[in-house]
Design a protein around this ligand. Structure first.
Ligand code: FES
Length: 151
């Protein structure tokens, strides 16, 4: 009889321990989820952007005349698109000097920075003024008369 009570009492103690273990484990899981969920939610747009491969439609080919240019925002980045007789080109529209937005001068066929007279050529190379390096170049694709840019 006494042994049975001890067993019963032992079982109760084990089940209390088990209960406390489950409460602790459950609390840890909830805390972990509370940390991981916001972190993953924060990263999800970044991961999604990478997976889509960044091709973004920026308009039709007829939206930009030959030797014309157009500035667009892609994923928060300012992009300058230029149409030559042979192709479309895309560059970061942010000057590599102090970050002003550059403009396309179709007459001179140069990319100019209005802030400190920086000049870039048709390949984005810094050819005059204070900009220390070329403009980043982006990939352009034309599909079904629509222009896509990968930033
Ligand atoms: S910011 Fe472009 S030349 Fe200075």
């Amino acid at each position: 009889m006494k042994e049975a009570d001890m067993n019963r009492s032992g079982e109760k103690e084990i089940s209390r321990r088990t209960f406390v273990d489950w409460v602790i484990k459950g609390g840890l899981l909830v805390a972990l989820a509370g940390v991981l969920y916001p972190a993953l939610s924060y990263l999800r747009p970044v991961m999604r952007r990478g997976a889509i491969s960044e091709m973004e439609e920026v308009g039709g080919v007829n939206d930009i005349p030959v030797w014309g240019g157009k500035k667009v925002i892609i994923g928060g980045s300012a992009v300058l698109i230029i149409r030559t007789p042979d192709a479309f080109k895309a560059f970061s529209a942010v000057c590599t000097h102090l970050g002003c937005l550059v403009d396309w001068d179709g007459q001179k066929r140069e990319i100019i920075c209005p802030c400190h007279a920086g000049i870039f050529d048709l390949n984005g190379r810094n050819i005059s003024g204070p900009p220390p390096r070329p403009l980043p170049v982006y990939t352009v694709s034309v599909i079904n008369n629509k222009i896509f840019v990968k930033v």
